[in-house]
Design a binder for this molecule. Structure first.
Ligand code: PTJ
Length: 248
Protein backbone atom coordinates (compact mmCIF):
# COMPACT_ATOMS: atom_id res chain seq x y z
CA UNK A 1 0.00 0.00 0.00
CA UNK A 2 1.35 3.44 -0.94
CA UNK A 3 2.33 5.58 2.05
CA UNK A 4 0.68 9.02 1.90
CA UNK A 5 2.57 11.72 3.86
CA UNK A 6 0.37 13.08 6.68
CA UNK A 7 1.31 16.61 5.66
CA UNK A 8 -0.41 16.22 2.28
CA UNK A 9 -3.42 18.58 2.08
CA UNK A 10 -5.56 15.77 0.62
CA UNK A 11 -4.26 13.15 3.09
CA UNK A 12 -7.65 11.75 4.13
CA UNK A 13 -9.06 11.57 0.64
CA UNK A 14 -5.91 9.89 -0.72
CA UNK A 15 -5.87 7.40 2.15
CA UNK A 16 -9.46 6.41 1.33
CA UNK A 17 -8.48 5.92 -2.32
CA UNK A 18 -5.56 3.76 -1.24
CA UNK A 19 -7.92 1.54 0.80
CA UNK A 20 -10.07 0.99 -2.28
CA UNK A 21 -7.07 0.31 -4.50
CA UNK A 22 -5.83 -2.20 -1.92
CA UNK A 23 -9.29 -3.87 -1.89
CA UNK A 24 -9.10 -4.05 -5.68
CA UNK A 25 -5.65 -5.64 -5.57
CA UNK A 26 -6.89 -8.18 -3.01
CA UNK A 27 -9.74 -9.00 -5.38
CA UNK A 28 -12.82 -7.94 -3.46
CA UNK A 29 -13.46 -4.47 -4.90
CA UNK A 30 -14.86 -4.58 -8.45
CA UNK A 31 -13.02 -2.43 -11.03
CA UNK A 32 -16.14 -0.31 -11.51
CA UNK A 33 -16.16 0.25 -7.75
CA UNK A 34 -13.19 2.56 -8.32
CA UNK A 35 -15.24 4.59 -10.79
CA UNK A 36 -18.25 4.68 -8.45
CA UNK A 37 -15.97 6.05 -5.75
CA UNK A 38 -14.90 8.92 -8.02
CA UNK A 39 -18.52 9.93 -8.48
CA UNK A 40 -18.95 9.84 -4.72
CA UNK A 41 -15.87 12.02 -4.20
CA UNK A 42 -17.30 14.71 -6.47
CA UNK A 43 -20.44 14.92 -4.36
CA UNK A 44 -18.38 14.84 -1.17
CA UNK A 45 -16.63 18.02 -2.38
CA UNK A 46 -20.00 19.68 -2.81
CA UNK A 47 -21.03 19.06 0.81
CA UNK A 48 -17.59 20.14 2.11
CA UNK A 49 -16.25 16.64 2.92
CA UNK A 50 -17.94 16.65 6.32
CA UNK A 51 -21.12 15.33 7.89
CA UNK A 52 -23.58 18.18 7.53
CA UNK A 53 -26.02 18.69 10.43
CA UNK A 54 -29.09 17.39 8.61
CA UNK A 55 -27.20 14.23 7.64
CA UNK A 56 -26.20 13.74 11.26
CA UNK A 57 -29.97 13.79 11.94
CA UNK A 58 -30.51 11.23 9.15
CA UNK A 59 -27.85 9.02 10.76
CA UNK A 60 -29.57 9.32 14.15
CA UNK A 61 -33.01 8.42 12.76
CA UNK A 62 -31.59 5.58 10.64
CA UNK A 63 -29.93 4.16 13.75
CA UNK A 64 -33.26 4.37 15.57
CA UNK A 65 -34.87 2.43 12.70
CA UNK A 66 -32.22 -0.29 12.92
CA UNK A 67 -32.75 -0.52 16.70
CA UNK A 68 -36.54 -1.01 16.43
CA UNK A 69 -36.33 -3.46 13.51
CA UNK A 70 -37.26 -7.14 13.97
CA UNK A 71 -34.70 -8.48 11.51
CA UNK A 72 -32.26 -5.76 10.43
CA UNK A 73 -29.60 -6.67 7.87
CA UNK A 74 -26.51 -4.75 6.74
CA UNK A 75 -25.79 -5.44 3.08
CA UNK A 76 -22.10 -5.41 2.18
CA UNK A 77 -20.54 -4.89 -1.23
CA UNK A 78 -16.91 -4.57 -2.35
CA UNK A 79 -16.49 -0.83 -1.70
CA UNK A 80 -18.15 -1.03 1.71
CA UNK A 81 -15.93 -3.93 2.78
CA UNK A 82 -12.79 -2.04 1.70
CA UNK A 83 -13.71 1.29 3.29
CA UNK A 84 -15.66 0.39 6.43
CA UNK A 85 -15.64 -3.41 6.78
CA UNK A 86 -14.42 -3.25 10.38
CA UNK A 87 -16.96 -0.55 11.33
CA UNK A 88 -19.83 -2.49 9.75
CA UNK A 89 -18.90 -5.52 11.86
CA UNK A 90 -18.89 -3.34 14.98
CA UNK A 91 -22.25 -1.76 14.08
CA UNK A 92 -23.78 -5.18 13.37
CA UNK A 93 -22.75 -6.40 16.83
CA UNK A 94 -24.04 -3.32 18.62
CA UNK A 95 -27.49 -3.14 16.99
CA UNK A 96 -27.52 -6.30 16.67
CA UNK A 97 -28.00 -6.79 12.90
CA UNK A 98 -27.06 -9.56 10.48
CA UNK A 99 -24.38 -9.05 7.83
CA UNK A 100 -24.93 -10.26 4.28
CA UNK A 101 -22.61 -9.91 1.31
CA UNK A 102 -24.74 -8.93 -1.68
CA UNK A 103 -23.02 -7.84 -4.87
CA UNK A 104 -24.00 -5.94 -7.99
CA UNK A 105 -21.25 -7.70 -10.01
CA UNK A 106 -21.73 -11.04 -8.31
CA UNK A 107 -18.90 -13.56 -8.38
CA UNK A 108 -18.43 -16.45 -5.96
CA UNK A 109 -14.76 -15.56 -5.62
CA UNK A 110 -15.45 -11.97 -4.53
CA UNK A 111 -18.21 -13.08 -2.15
CA UNK A 112 -15.83 -15.56 -0.50
CA UNK A 113 -13.09 -12.94 -0.19
CA UNK A 114 -15.42 -10.34 1.34
CA UNK A 115 -16.83 -12.90 3.80
CA UNK A 116 -13.25 -13.74 4.83
CA UNK A 117 -12.41 -10.05 5.21
CA UNK A 118 -15.42 -9.48 7.52
CA UNK A 119 -14.60 -12.60 9.53
CA UNK A 120 -11.10 -11.21 10.03
CA UNK A 121 -12.77 -8.35 11.91
CA UNK A 122 -14.67 -10.79 14.13
CA UNK A 123 -17.94 -11.21 12.21
CA UNK A 124 -19.59 -14.60 12.46
CA UNK A 125 -21.75 -15.60 10.71
CA UNK A 126 -21.61 -13.64 7.47
CA UNK A 127 -24.48 -14.51 5.12
CA UNK A 128 -24.32 -14.49 1.33
CA UNK A 129 -22.20 -17.49 0.35
CA UNK A 130 -25.09 -19.93 0.06
CA UNK A 131 -28.05 -17.99 -1.33
CA UNK A 132 -31.40 -19.77 -1.04
CA UNK A 133 -33.81 -16.98 -2.06
CA UNK A 134 -34.19 -14.16 -4.57
CA UNK A 135 -34.85 -10.43 -4.39
CA UNK A 136 -37.99 -10.22 -6.50
CA UNK A 137 -37.67 -8.34 -9.79
CA UNK A 138 -33.85 -8.41 -10.01
CA UNK A 139 -32.38 -10.53 -12.77
CA UNK A 140 -30.20 -13.51 -11.96
CA UNK A 141 -27.55 -13.53 -10.37
CA UNK A 142 -27.86 -10.07 -8.77
CA UNK A 143 -31.09 -11.05 -7.08
CA UNK A 144 -29.61 -13.98 -5.18
CA UNK A 145 -29.83 -13.55 -1.41
CA UNK A 146 -30.22 -15.42 1.82
CA UNK A 147 -33.67 -16.33 3.19
CA UNK A 148 -32.74 -15.65 6.81
CA UNK A 149 -31.01 -12.41 5.81
CA UNK A 150 -32.06 -9.88 3.19
CA UNK A 151 -35.07 -11.92 1.98
CA UNK A 152 -36.84 -11.89 5.34
CA UNK A 153 -35.39 -8.60 6.65
CA UNK A 154 -37.77 -5.80 7.57
CA UNK A 155 -35.00 -3.17 7.45
CA UNK A 156 -31.95 -3.28 5.18
CA UNK A 157 -28.99 -0.91 5.43
CA UNK A 158 -27.42 -0.56 2.00
CA UNK A 159 -24.28 1.54 2.09
CA UNK A 160 -23.35 2.68 -1.41
CA UNK A 161 -25.89 0.90 -3.59
CA UNK A 162 -27.05 0.66 -7.15
CA UNK A 163 -30.51 2.10 -7.75
CA UNK A 164 -32.62 -0.82 -8.81
CA UNK A 165 -31.74 -3.07 -5.87
CA UNK A 166 -32.97 -0.39 -3.50
CA UNK A 167 -36.21 -0.06 -5.48
CA UNK A 168 -36.68 -3.83 -5.59
CA UNK A 169 -36.26 -4.10 -1.80
CA UNK A 170 -38.79 -1.29 -1.27
CA UNK A 171 -41.23 -3.10 -3.60
CA UNK A 172 -40.87 -6.18 -1.37
CA UNK A 173 -42.20 -4.04 1.50
CA UNK A 174 -38.89 -3.48 3.26
CA UNK A 175 -37.59 -0.29 4.75
CA UNK A 176 -34.27 0.67 3.18
CA UNK A 177 -31.60 2.92 4.66
CA UNK A 178 -29.25 4.06 1.89
CA UNK A 179 -25.91 5.81 2.34
CA UNK A 180 -25.22 7.66 -0.90
CA UNK A 181 -23.28 10.87 -1.47
CA UNK A 182 -25.39 11.61 -4.54
CA UNK A 183 -28.71 13.08 -3.38
CA UNK A 184 -30.07 12.81 -6.92
CA UNK A 185 -29.43 9.10 -7.46
CA UNK A 186 -32.27 6.61 -7.88
CA UNK A 187 -31.14 4.96 -4.66
CA UNK A 188 -31.35 8.24 -2.74
CA UNK A 189 -34.72 9.05 -4.23
CA UNK A 190 -36.31 5.68 -3.47
CA UNK A 191 -34.90 4.83 -0.01
CA UNK A 192 -36.95 5.11 3.18
CA UNK A 193 -34.12 7.02 4.84
CA UNK A 194 -31.26 8.39 2.75
CA UNK A 195 -27.99 9.42 4.31
CA UNK A 196 -26.08 11.81 2.06
CA UNK A 197 -22.66 11.33 3.59
CA UNK A 198 -19.46 9.40 2.96
CA UNK A 199 -19.68 5.83 4.34
CA UNK A 200 -16.35 6.45 6.06
CA UNK A 201 -18.08 9.06 8.26
CA UNK A 202 -21.63 7.69 8.28
CA UNK A 203 -20.99 4.21 9.70
CA UNK A 204 -18.74 5.37 12.61
CA UNK A 205 -21.34 8.05 13.37
CA UNK A 206 -24.10 5.44 13.45
CA UNK A 207 -22.00 3.42 15.92
CA UNK A 208 -21.90 6.53 18.12
CA UNK A 209 -25.69 7.00 17.77
CA UNK A 210 -26.25 3.34 18.68
CA UNK A 211 -24.45 3.91 21.99
CA UNK A 212 -26.56 7.00 22.67
CA UNK A 213 -29.93 5.54 21.62
CA UNK A 214 -29.80 1.87 22.52
CA UNK A 215 -31.34 2.22 26.00
CA UNK A 216 -34.08 4.63 24.91
CA UNK A 217 -37.68 3.32 25.02
CA UNK A 218 -39.03 1.77 21.83
CA UNK A 219 -41.79 4.42 21.65
CA UNK A 220 -39.18 7.19 21.61
CA UNK A 221 -37.27 5.51 18.76
CA UNK A 222 -40.47 4.85 16.80
CA UNK A 223 -41.52 8.48 17.16
CA UNK A 224 -38.14 9.55 15.76
CA UNK A 225 -38.56 7.23 12.78
CA UNK A 226 -42.16 8.30 12.13
CA UNK A 227 -41.22 11.97 12.15
CA UNK A 228 -38.71 11.51 9.30
CA UNK A 229 -39.61 13.17 5.99
CA UNK A 230 -37.10 11.88 3.44
CA UNK A 231 -38.30 14.06 0.56
CA UNK A 232 -37.86 17.18 2.66
CA UNK A 233 -34.41 15.99 3.76
CA UNK A 234 -33.28 15.54 0.14
CA UNK A 235 -34.60 18.98 -0.79
CA UNK A 236 -32.73 20.44 2.20
CA UNK A 237 -29.47 18.73 1.11
CA UNK A 238 -29.78 20.20 -2.40
CA UNK A 239 -30.52 23.61 -0.99
CA UNK A 240 -27.50 23.30 1.34
CA UNK A 241 -25.29 22.47 -1.67
CA UNK A 242 -26.61 25.31 -3.82
CA UNK A 243 -26.27 27.87 -1.00
CA UNK A 244 -22.74 26.67 -0.37
CA UNK A 245 -21.81 27.02 -4.04
CA UNK A 246 -23.38 30.46 -4.24
CA UNK A 247 -21.43 31.68 -1.24
CA UNK A 248 -18.01 30.63 -2.57
O1 PTJ B 1 -19.17 -4.58 -5.12
P1 PTJ B 1 -20.32 -4.60 -6.09
O2 PTJ B 1 -20.15 -5.63 -7.17
O3 PTJ B 1 -21.65 -4.76 -5.39
O4 PTJ B 1 -20.37 -3.17 -6.84
C1 PTJ B 1 -20.43 -1.98 -6.10
C2 PTJ B 1 -20.65 -0.74 -6.99
C3 PTJ B 1 -20.47 0.49 -6.10
C4 PTJ B 1 -19.62 -0.76 -8.11
C5 PTJ B 1 -22.07 -0.80 -7.59
O5 PTJ B 1 -23.01 -0.90 -6.57
C6 PTJ B 1 -22.36 0.43 -8.44
O6 PTJ B 1 -22.10 0.46 -9.64
O7 PTJ B 1 -22.92 1.46 -7.81
P2 PTJ B 1 -23.31 2.85 -8.51
O8 PTJ B 1 -24.57 2.67 -9.31
O9 PTJ B 1 -22.13 3.46 -9.16
O10 PTJ B 1 -23.69 3.73 -7.25
C7 PTJ B 1 -22.79 4.04 -6.25
C8 PTJ B 1 -23.28 5.30 -5.55
O11 PTJ B 1 -22.52 5.44 -4.35
C9 PTJ B 1 -23.06 6.60 -6.35
O12 PTJ B 1 -24.24 7.37 -6.31
C10 PTJ B 1 -21.92 7.32 -5.62
O13 PTJ B 1 -22.13 8.71 -5.62
C11 PTJ B 1 -22.05 6.77 -4.22
N1 PTJ B 1 -20.77 6.67 -3.50
C12 PTJ B 1 -19.54 6.36 -3.99
N2 PTJ B 1 -18.62 6.33 -3.02
C13 PTJ B 1 -19.26 6.62 -1.87
C14 PTJ B 1 -20.64 6.84 -2.17
N3 PTJ B 1 -21.55 7.13 -1.22
C15 PTJ B 1 -21.10 7.21 0.05
N4 PTJ B 1 -19.80 7.01 0.41
C16 PTJ B 1 -18.86 6.72 -0.50
N5 PTJ B 1 -17.58 6.53 -0.13
Amino acid sequence: MMKIPKSHPRYESLTIREKLAEGFRKGFVHETGLIAHGRGEAFDYLIGEKTIDISNDAEKVATALLLVAENPVISINGNTAALVGKDCVELSKKIPAKLEVNLFHRSEDRIRKIVMELKKFGADPVLGENPDARIEGLDHPRGLCSREGIYSADVVLVPLEDGDRCEALIKMGKKVIAIDLNPLSRTSQSATITIVDNVVRAIPNMIKWTDILKDRPKEYLEALVNSWDNEKYLRDVLSYISKRINSI
